[in-house]
Design a protein around this ligand. Structure first.
Ligand code: GAR
Length: 210
């Protein structure tokens, strides 16, 4: 599916409230030079709040419940088929809580971005904020990375720290991390769409705009 130049047609996958999707929709709408637009929003959950955000923005949606499939590969093939008519040339995981294998990822080599609520490689997985809090770290944060076949492992595009407060709960800490994600994720997606993201092994270099 990827074309020869930088990507411009984004599929965004969500499982939850979609606040990062919203940040991306807002960023693409606000900046004529962004270089990409969200052409479809996909989800594994019929009750994902992100669906309403997509519809409000006039963006097409596809719903592929994970539980409809006996095997992960069947789910991934069905999701690929749903997305294909929209011809996305990059994919953004914005709170998508399913692991994706090469069945899906091989359609967009080095063009699947994920945002994760920790400073990777610490606290991979679905409970990163709770685990950081339980561990007693003083600083956590968020990471935007390219997705490979290992969970929360691919080349790191950008990270930002978020200090942990003594009275933090999972909710309060996650909210502050999300505030940072809402800026960091669109910045990284814009860099990808503007051809400013350069990959050398595990190392990502972002060149400045213009
Ligand atoms: C975000 O904080 C994102 O980093 C996290 O889910 C949240 C989704 O929020 N993703 C993961 O934990 C993936 N391992 P949102 O639905 O409001 O964008």
């Amino acid at each position: 599916m990827p074309t020869s130049g930088p990507p411009s047609r984004l599929a965004v996958l969500v499982s939850g409230s979609g606040s990062n999707l919203q940040a991306l929709l807002d960023a693409t709408a606000a900046d004529p030079g962004f270089g990409g637009e969200v052409v479809v929003v996909g989800t594994d959950r019929e009750d994902a709040g992100g669906l309403a955000r997509a519809r409000d923005a006039g963006v097409a949606t596809v719903v592929q419940p994970f539980t409809d499939h006996a095997e992960r590969s069947d789910f991934e093939r069905a999701l690929l088929a749903d997305l294909a008519p929209f011809e996305p040339d990059a994919v953004v995981l914005a709170g998508f809580m399913r692991i994706l294998s090469s069945t899906f990822l091989s359609a967009w080599p080095d063009r699947v971005l994920n945002t994760h609520p920790s400073l990777l490689p610490a606290f991979r997985g679905a409970h990163a904020v709770r685990e950081a809090l339980d561990h007693g770290v003083k600083v956590t944060g968020c990471t935007v990375h390219l997705v490979d076949e290992q969970v929360d492992h691919g080349p790191i595009v950008a990270q930002e720290p978020v200090p942990v407060r003594d009275d933090d709960t999972v909710t309060s800490l996650h909210r502050r991390i999300q505030t940072v994600e809402h800026r960091l994720l669109p910045t990284c997606v814009a860099a990808l769409c503007q051809g400013r993201l350069h990959l050398d092994g595990r190392h990502v270099r972002l060149t400045p705009p213009g």
